[in-house]
Design a binder for this molecule. Sequence first.
Ligand code: GLA
Ligand code: ZN
Length: 720
Amino acid sequence: MNSILPTNELCYGGDWNPEQWPAETVREDIELMREAGVNLVTLGVFSWAKLEPRPGHYNFAWLREIMDQCAAAGIYVDLATGTASPPVWMARQYPESLPVDEAGVRLSFGSRQQYCPSNPAYKERSVALAGALAREFADHPALVMWHINNEYGCHVHGCYCTACEGEFQAWLREKYGSIEALNHAWNTSFWSQTYNDFTDVYLPRKMPAQHNSSQVLDHARFADSQLRGLCIAEVQKVREVDPSIPVTTNFMGEFPFTNGREWAKHLDVVADDSYPDPALAGSAHEVAFTSALMRGYRGGQPFLLMEQTPGAVQWRPENSPKRPGQLALWSLSRVAHGADGVLHFQWRQSPGGAEMMHSAMVAHAGKNAQTWAEVVQLGQYLHRLTPVVGQRVQARACIVADWESMRARAAVVGPDSLPPAMHGARAWHRTLWEMNIVADVVGIDDDLAGYDLVIVPELFIDYPHFSARLQAEAERGAQVLVAAPTGVVDEFGRAILGGYLGSLSNLLGVRVTQHAVASPNAQRWNIPNLDEVDPRVDRITRAVQVPAKQGFHNLEVRSEELKRALDQIGTPRPNPRGGERAEYVMATSEASDFTDPMWLNDEVEVMAQFGYESDLGGWPAITRRRIAKGSAWYVATDLDATGRAALARVLGAFARLDMSGMTLPDGVERVTRGPVTFYMNHSDKAVQLSGVTGFDLISQADATGHAVLAPRSAMAILSR
Ligand code: GLA
Ligand code: ZN
């Protein structure tokens, strides 16, 4: 897969909804697209009502006219199959095509994504529409890619109707074969849940108390596979007509309800929709992290940023616009991290409807809006970056992120109940990113041979086959770091018995015997004033200390390497618990999730241990076991940013990673992709760089050693 466009350029453009506009606006749009350097538009995402106004009656003439205009203007088309929002006739004629929520409420027509994935009418009509569009347009000169549906599952993660219940039962029968196997996997002898037959099993609807977590986990997998089935059916249909046209659908980062890595196997191009909040400093990292996630889906293959917004979104409670320069800066950052194109939602801001206040490349004020100049400028920049098209980002560090683990952790009731997200993967990726170390985000089935540092930050499910592979990586010389919570349940969501970490225990040389969650927001179980203390009168309560309520544990560092790393980081941050502190301490995050006392075998070196003022005092917190040429490290707690940074410096030295990027000025990110090295200044200040030589593709000028980067701007240096 080389380039999406026959011109071999980076893609630039957005979702275009000409069906909302009169012909003269469409003509103006084409002119403006040329002015902005747009070379790819996504058409028809929400056009089903216009493409098939009555069941079986297709109206494609208007679309052909627009595609012809695109072709004439040199603009390529990513044509949507239009199946994301069925028309009103579907709802009226097939009311059971409307999805049902967990409480049994059937959702109404009048928004979007109102379909039940098991509904025969929806399945049949959506695939038929995809097929009809493929037959009509496969030969069209503007067409370069199929865009299947849109953001599967974004609003309706699962449908709870009786048809879906039947499909769930069939899926379970296929998976387990016998009801006894299901009863065992779900541990249904608990709370008298034993099933006699697959037809007994319910969907995990609203229930009196907590759900069976294995049932929830299997349901999440089922709901995902149902949506994936819809996507695959459309993919097959358009490939029947012409298998050479690449196929994509747009993901939403680490969206927990669809396992993007699985989906990507069925597609040709990985595409992502991403809306980092300009009001958060951490959004610069969000861009890098989600990009690494996307390029990791297909072994480093470049991806497409299918949607971002040129300014503000409209769906947050308060919606900050992008800051001056940020549109280009974040777009270039995507490209640096592996995107072969940057598209937007949307081309022209809607005149009405739910997304009227969502920004667009062409705002309500047209070219008068501030964004327009930035949109034109971004087009110019992207056209100058042709040398990176098809190039891969090189990384010697990777983070292993596992969807099933994320889901399993969310499904299990306790020890904490955080919303599903790749907490650990994000945290460790951020640590490396702050050091300008490029890290890939990979899955448990990916090849790890090229990595000198492998971080496994939260593999909640124990996978014996993966543990064996990690062992081999450590033996050949990699530094393998595993962090809690890992190895807590098996693939069915049943607890690992005999000590967590399961099959990783041998590699790490440690065993986890218990969890200890720190609870900064200790719940009072609805009893007011339970924890209020008047020290003058509460003679007993005033004497009770509750370390878990502090929300963190201090670690005493024993390793000389870690001490040196902490010295380099500089002034120790104040002991959050106040009072005396040891010379070298690391604090775990205040939102510490799990802290794991361990049992050691004697080859294991304790790098840091929990401080004695904590209930975990003396238990190892960071360990290292040397194995052949490499090492296996275990971190038994959720380290805070300082702790991760110190440890990453030590790991980086062992893995011989290039850490020179740490000395770049504050705010500057450096990434190399193919022949181009990007320098991105995320800060609000101009920065001076030295030792930068080559041709800057952005400014089209030579860099001769000394360079100045304006606030929120970037350079892309082509090496000679
Ligand atoms: C999603 C959808 C778009 C639009 C944007 C708004 O990404 O795919 O249709 O609703 O959100 O941010
Ligand atoms: Zn349903």
